[in-house]
Design a protein. Structure first.
Length: 61
């Protein structure tokens, strides 16, 4: 008896639709990776000499 490959006779359009389905874990992974990349970039460019935001007291009137 010969084994058949089920994806051999599958419609290519139907197979492509499976890749485009929305899956919530994909969105969660994308957000997590974007945040991790943002933190890594900020750590790379932020050093002790550069201050992105700084508060200073106002002089007394």
């Amino acid at each position: 008896m010969e084994r058949r490959n089920p994806s051999e006779y599958r419609d290519p359009l139907f197979a492509a639709k499976g890749l485009l389905e929305f899956k919530p874990w994909m969105l969660a992974l994308a957000v997590f990776l974007a945040c991790a990349l943002g933190v890594a970039v900020m750590e790379q460019f932020g050093d002790s000499r550069s201050v992105w935001a700084q508060a200073s007291p106002r002089p007394a009137p």
